[in-house]
Structure formats: structure tokens, C-alpha cells
Design a protein around this ligand. Structure first.
Ligand code: FEO
Length: 170
């Protein structure tokens, strides 16, 4: 059984993951609008992953006998100044999400909720990856500066990313 505080905090995280999905889908649309299809693909896959994060928490709340309560999702921005600005925003956003996950872990400890504590470990590990992959692309974009050739090569690379439905152990 979840405590009231834990249930509320997990519900808030469902909303945060939904917002992340919405944000990345908005970035995907931005990249489509400037004809960077590979970047758009990367963002669309990222949006799908975020939806999966939300569903993981949604299922966990139900499994623990809690009550899922969906709330309004904020509208994301729709424009960015450049591919670099968009990826800097991704990195910044992921750092913020890592903070939210850390807060949830602290709350689980406070509430002596070991099941939630174990469940959240997956998210702690995932956030390390999420921050690293966003930062890697930020660094590449910084390195290439205004070189158009580099941008098209990176677009091709990001176009390779595909969404894979994880198995239950992932
Ligand atoms: Fe679900 Fe990118 O954090």
C-alpha cells in the first residue's frame, strides 16, 4: 500500500513524464519544420520513451493499490533558436527530471517504502543515461559550430535511432 504522500508524488511524476513526452514531440515537430528529419526522428523516439516512463509509474501506482489521477499537461514551447538550443534544453530538462527522481527516492526513504525505493532505482539509472546522451549531442553540436556538413552527418546518425518496446525486465 502506498502512503498518501507517496501516491501523490508518484502521480506528479506521471505528469512530469507526460510533459517530457510532449516537450520532445514538440521538438520533433520543430526539427521537421526545419527539415532535419534525423533530429526529428530522435526526438520522436525520445517522446515514445517518456510515455513509457509515465506508463511504468502508472502501472506501479495501480499495482500498489493506489489511485492514478491524471492532471493537465502544460503546453511545451514550440520554437527553439537552433538545434544546439533545443538540445541544450533537453539536457537542462533531463537534469531537472533527475532532481525530481532524487526527491522521490528521498521520499520513499522517509516513508520507509522499500518497494517504491527499489522501483525507483530503475529511474535513477535511466537518468544517468538520459543526461549523458543529451550532453553527448550538445557537445557534438558545439564542436561542429557552423559547419553544415557536420549537421547533415549528425542528422543521418540521429535518424538511425529506433524505438524498441522493452521486455518486462528492462
Ligand atoms: Fe523520463 Fe527523460 O526522463
Amino acid at each position: 500500500m502506498l502512503t498518501e504522500r507517496m501516491e501523490e508524488a508518484l502521480n506528479q511524476q506521471v505528469n512530469a513524464e507526460m510533459y517530457s513526452s510532449y516537450l520532445y514531440l514538440s521538438m520533433s515537430a520543430y526539427f521537421e519544420s526545419i527539415n532535419l528529419k534525423g533530429f526529428a526522428n530522435w526526438m520522436k523516439v525520445q517522446a515514445q520513451e517518456e510515455l513509457l516512463h509515465a506508463m511504468k509509474i502508472y502501472d506501479f501506482i495501480n499495482e500498489r493499490g493506489g489511485r492514478v489521477k491524471l492532471t493537465a499537461i502544460d503546453a511545451p514551447p514550440t520554437e527553439w533558436d537552433s538545434p544546439l538550443a533545443a538540445f541544450e534544453a533537453v539536457y537542462e530538462h533531463e537534469c531537472k527530471v533527475s532532481g525530481l527522481i532524487n526527491d522521490l527516492v528521498n521520499l520513499a526513504l522517509e516513508e520507509k517504502d522499500h518497494a517504491s525505493h527499489i522501483f525507483l532505482q530503475w529511474f535513477v539509472t535511466e537518468q544517468v543515461e538520459e543526461e549523458a546522451s543529451a550532453d553527448e549531442i550538445v557537445q557534438k553540436l558545439k564542436l561542429m559550430g557552423d559547419a553544415r556538413g557536420g549537421l547533415f552527418m549528425l542528422d543521418r546518425e540521429l535518424g538511425q535511432r529506433s524505438f524498441t518496446m522493452p521486455t518486462s525486465s528492462e
